[in-house]
Ligand binder design. Sequence first.
Ligand SMILES: Cc1ncc(COP(=O)(O)O)c(C=O)c1O
Length: 352
Amino acid sequence: MKIERAQSSKIHSIDFNNLSFGQTFTDHMFVCDYIDGEWVDPRIIPYQPIQMDPSASVLHYGQAVFEGMKAYKDDTDRVWLFRPEDNHARINKSAARLAMPEFPKDLFMNGMNELLSMDSDWIKPGIGNSLYVRPFVFANQAGVAASASNRYSFMIICAPVGAYYSGEINVLVSEKFSRAASGGVGYAKAAGNYAAAFYPTQLAQKEGYQQIIWTDANTHEYLEESGTMNVFFRIDDTLITAPTTDTILDGITRKSVIQIAKDMGISVEVRPVKVAEVIEAHKAGRLKEIFGAGTAVVISPIHGIGFQGTKHVLPTIENSYAAMLKEKVVHIQYNKSEDPYQWRKEVVAVNA
Ligand SMILES: Cc1ncc(COP(=O)(O)O)c(C=O)c1O
């Protein structure tokens, strides 16, 4: 791997106490190109704008997929990733759905390890602080023929982030719009999935909700996911979450939460969840919690759920599953507890 270091670091100009999510990037980025059927020229270069032909296919047909993960620093300055092989597997699953080439695992891991080692000063210790890592692939063949590109770039960029507090989260059940349809690309982290969610989300925000909670495209009767989170419902003391079909992203936080909850002795049901079931449970005082799970927020309690013009506000409870599960996940991520699952992977420079 070729390495070109930045001549000077921007780090001293950054106010790490006032970071807006994903607005500040580190000194370097990883790049690799796909040309003539092969991934070539893996390199780390100073973070910089990229040049593209105006006819590049990603700009016209949206052939692009991405991942979102985080690197954490423990109290002895060791840097850790959480289940990175799963992100690698998922970017390839996403790529396959968009007729894009898979990216080799050793290049993914080595590129990331090297980049994170070079920019490790950007990762601040302390729970809540982390480096958001964004691997992505896009089609950059020039020409507006509507077919799969034969040239791609894979890149990794990194943004330091502080504790993510987005304020109270209220979600609005989508009765009209859909994020994903059966047979479509909902299970992929395809760029266009997010573009298509912006407009309905803006409408929900005008009504005082931060996010939409998507429902199935066929009937709008079943709850799916919300923003960049999978969603869990606690009815009485059972935790329920939708199965990851082809319309739902197979979240890494979600599957970690399911595993930890089961190991804590919590009853977990992975099954379709009807809007009506949740609203009825709320009316009967049995809906104790709703929370979202995803890399950005880890676990975020949901304050209220809007449906057919009514906002159903969740009770404040002690011994919340969300709080207990968040602590368990975060302690594994920051090397503050044992990791019986071997999810935590230390970042070690390849070229060191
Ligand atoms: C649509 C969607 N659902 C769920 C998630 C949560 O997935 P993960 O826990 O792997 O971050 C994300 C974020 O990646 C997402 O974009």
